[in-house]
Ligand binder design. Structure first.
Ligand SMILES: Nc1ncnc2c1ncn2[C@@H]1O[C@H](COP(=O)(O)OP(=O)(O)OP(=O)(O)O)[C@@H](O)[C@H]1O
Ligand SMILES: [Mg+2]
Length: 265
């Protein structure tokens, strides 16, 4: 069998706490992700989803276990060489730089030429519907617009692996729907492997090739489910509805069993 593109092997993460035992966030996660997958990650608030993306991106180290990306171990000190795009949960824009500059900056760091940078900035700002706002500064934008700039910045590097942390959460349903379609088009065209975190089960079912539901802290894999509905998918497809219902039920059962729904933790 071909080696998986991304392998999490017994990945655990604890954060030290003064005067208390460490906070156990991830508890020995074992996941193998195939190249080209569109994997959604769901789980209760505070269970460690953002932490997991940070570890995969080499921004944080696991306490134990290993992450292998394209056959190379990822830590904060050893990068895999894979081009990773990250769309953080908070947009993390540079407020003193224009929208255009925010998207262009990582491209400049990659050493791309000016023409290519200009073309990509235009293309991806157009995709997220912000062409008219390229000279604005982040603080002149709404929360949803800032999130779209952040998405454009992540997409513009044309990554091999995209890690997107609730990329559509601040958007109204119509804009989110358009962007999901765009997201799928980009995925289809480029073959990028995508991991995206969402709290929206319907969104996960509609977009992904596979859904990973993880438990409340310390996070373990609760459900690992392929979504075998062919693309292009229709949002009103009955098979998708059925899957959404069954995952929703399962989610509720999981919350009842763990007895833990940490709202806003
Ligand atoms: N740098 C850190 N130092 C200490 N604790 C942290 C740190 N980062 C995250 N945590 C803790 O780890 C736990 C998981 O946080 P994380 O942000 O990964 O959750 P999440 O699943 O992304 O939640 P949400 O759905 O609300 O975004 C939380 O209890 C959080 O307080
Ligand atoms: Mg998070």
């Amino acid at each position: 069998m071909a080696e998986s593109y991304l392998v999490l092997d017994q990945v655990a993460k604890s954060y030290p706490r003064p005067g208390q035992p460490p906070l156990r966030v991830l508890d020995g996660l074992d996941v193998a992700v195939e190249e080209g997958a569109l994997l959604s990650i769901l789980g209760p608030s505070g269970c460690g989803k953002s932490t997991l993306l940070n570890i995969i991106n080499g921004l944080d180290d696991a306490t134990s276990g290993t992450v292998l990306l394209a056959g190379k171990e990822v830590t904060t000190k050893t990068r895999s060489g894979v081009k990773i795009g990250m769309v953080f949960q908070q947009p993390r824009l540079l407020n003193w730089r224009s929208v255009r500059e925010n998207v262009a900056l990582p491209l400049r760091e990659m050493g791309l030429g000016t023409d290519e940078i200009d073309a990509r900035v235009r293309r991806y700002l157009d995709i997220v519907g912000l062409s008219e706002f390229s000279n604005y500064y982040p603080l002149q934008l709404s929360g949803g617009m800032q999130q779209r700039v952040s998405l454009a910045r992540g997409l513009a590097i044309e990554p091999d692996l995209l890690l997107a942390d609730e990329p559509f959460s601040a958007l109204d349903e119509i804009s989110a729907r358009k962007l999901r379609q765009e997201f799928l088009r980009i995925w289809d065209r480029t073959g990028t492997t995508i991991l995206f975190v969402t709290h929206n089960i319907r969104e996960a079912v509609f977009l992904s090739t596979r859904m990973l539901v993880i438990t409340a802290r310390p996070a373990r894999v609760h459900l690992d489910l392929p979504v075998e509905v062919p693309y292009p998918r229709r949002p009103d497809d009955d098979a998708l509805f059925e899957l959404e219902k069954s995952v929703t039920r399962d989610f509720m059962r999981m919350e009842e069993e763990t007895g833990l729904t940490e709202i806003g933790s």
